[in-house]
Each structure stands twice: as C-alpha cells, then as structure tokens.
Design a protein around this ligand. Structure first.
Ligand SMILES: [Zn+2]
Length: 233
C-alpha cells in the first residue's frame, strides 16, 4: 500500500509538471497568434499607404504630361487664325487646365489619406514592436523553464520503477485503470471519510483500512483508499 501511495504521489507530481510543460508552449502559441494578427493588420495598412503612394506618383506623371499638352495647346492658340480656331484652342486649354486641377485635388486627397493612415499606424506599430520584443524574451525564458521542468520531471519519476516493482501486478492494473478516469486515483480516508468523494466508510471497513493489510477501494467512488497510519513516517 505504501508503495502504491508513493507511486500515486510520483504520478500526480509528474502530471502536474506535464501540465506545465504543455501549458508553456500553449500560452506562447496564443501570444504568437496575437502578434501575427496585429502584424497582419499593420501590414494591410502599410500596403494601403504603398498603393496610395503609387497613385500619387502616377498623378505626378499625368500632371506632367498634361502640362506638356497645355504648352502645345497654348502654341496652337497663339497660331489660331480664325475666331473658330481661337475658340477651339481656348476650349482645349480650359479642358486641360481643369484636368490638371482635378489631378492636384486628387493628389491632395491621396496625401491626406497617407498622412491619416501613417498617424493611425503609430500606436499599433509601437505596440507590435513591444509585443515582439516581449514575445522573444518569453520564448527565451520558456526554453530555460522547459529545461528545468524536464529535469524536475526526471527527478520526480526517478524512483517510480522501484515502487512499481513492489506492487502486485493486479493492483498496478487496477491503479492504471482508475487513474485514467479519476484524479487522484489513490486518496486518503480522513475521519472515516473518503477525501475523494466525501463518502463515509462503514466502521467495519474503516477498521480494516487502518490495519492496512489489503488494498481497498472506496465503495462509492472506487478510488484506492488508505489511512495515513499505514504509511508510517
Ligand atoms: Zn470515495
């Protein structure tokens, strides 16, 4: 019984360490996902800026060629010989001037848009840089912590086989079956009450339990139960 209690203790500690071994990477994964989401958001905004800058450059080109067209149209206007030609040239000049003005308006709109997004990006960019730095630090710390936990687990389970050897195979099987369903699978009975399910034990069985001559299960929850007197010191 003593060996079984020890075994259960080792398994319970190992399970606790296993939970932490799993918990650390899971927590990091969550944080990585959050950083990636923020990164994607910032990236999208940055590509909107790039696109606006491309359109801005295009407007510059368009305006330059409209200015060329304007010079040519002015030449034509100067050479106009009839009223009709002069009017036609004037209409063309107006149309070109208007399209240049439209281009300038569009450039102004694009510049405002770029300025707006750039300003809105300042905070998220700062947050992203901070989160990335924190994540990198946590990842490094996690490596150390995982190493420590693995070493701790090795220490905890070191004596397990020795205890297991002392226990009858049938009880090992019983214990292994129980521990897939019950945590803990082995528990103490305190003041005639099973700690696992709070069920009171019949006095006769409690006396038997205190003797510790056989492996006993709680009649209610099926856990393997023991009395601390059986453990000795
Ligand atoms: Zn019980």
């Amino acid at each position: 019984m003593r060996a079984l209690v020890k075994l259960a203790e080792i398994d319970s500690q190992a399970r606790g360490i296993d939970d932490r071994l799993k918990g650390i990477p899971a927590e990091l994964d969550e944080r990585r996902a959050a950083v990636r989401a923020l990164e994607a958001l910032v990236e999208r905004q940055r590509s909107t800026i790039t696109e606006a800058e491309r359109l801005l450059a295009q407007q510059d080109n368009d305006i330059a060629s409209r200015n060329d067209a304007l010079s040519k149209a002015k030449g034509k206007s100067a050479k106009a010989r009839t009223m009709r030609e002069a009017e036609a040239a004037e209409r063309e000049l107006d149309s070109i001037r208007k399209s240049i003005k439209d281009g300038e308006t569009e450039k102004e709109r694009l510049r405002e848009k770029i300025a707006q997004i750039t300003a809105a990006l300042a905070d998220p960019t700062k947050t992203l840089d901070e989160q990335k730095a924190e994540l990198a630090a946590s990842e490094a710390a996690a490596e150390t912590k995982l190493g420590e936990l693995r070493a701790e687990r090795e220490r905890v389970v070191a004596g397990r086989d020795d205890y297991a050897k002392k226990i009858d195979k049938q009880y090992i099987r019983l214990y292994d079956r129980l521990r897939t369903k019950l945590t803990p699978a082995v528990c103490e009975v305190v003041g005639e009450t099973c700690v696992g399910c709070r069920m009171q034990m019949p006095p006769q069985r409690f006396i038997q339990l205190q003797r510790g001559t056989e492996i006993m299960q709680c009649q209610m929850c099926q856990r393997i139960v023991f009395h601390k007197d059986v453990l000795g010191d």
